[in-house]
Design a protein around this ligand. Structure first.
Ligand code: ATP
Ligand code: MG
Length: 97
């Protein structure tokens, strides 16, 4: 199911916190229910109708951020939507160091 939001908005904030770059992406699409919150980063998990979503979007996002950028991604509901928080170290440490 996809929701129809009258005045759809996406707010993006980028700022530095200690040694990390933080990117916060917030929308007003009513958020994500507790029931599925833990599954959204799993591959092939989608609530879109058949043929519309692959369920790969957030899985790929998380994989790239964690495995290639040494960062983290989390999600929480805020105000009237979902809020994704990405934290990426400004200096990527070499795995062999
Ligand atoms: N901003 C959001 N607001 C509400 N639900 C969301 C949001 N982002 C993701 N979801 C939920 O998490 C599920 C998984 O998201 P993901 O991006 O991995 O796949 P998808 O969007 O369904 O498919 P695709 O990325 O292939 O279009 C979605 O189907 C939806 O239920
Ligand atoms: Mg998606």
């Amino acid at each position: 199911m996809e929701k129809k939001i009258e005045e759809a908005k996406v707010k993006i904030r980028v700022y530095k916190q200690k040694e990390n770059a933080i990117v916060q992406i917030e929308d007003n699409a009513k958020g994500i229910s507790e029931k599925i919150k833990d599954k959204i980063f799993e591959p092939y998990f989608t609530t879109k109708e058949e043929g519309k979503g692959t369920g790969i979007g957030l899985y790929m996002t998380k994989t790239i951020i964690e495995n290639n950028m040494g960062g983290k991604i989390s999600m929480k509901n805020c105000n009237d939507g979902a809020c994704f928080i990405i934290s990426v170290p400004l200096v990527i440490k070499d795995k062999n160091e």
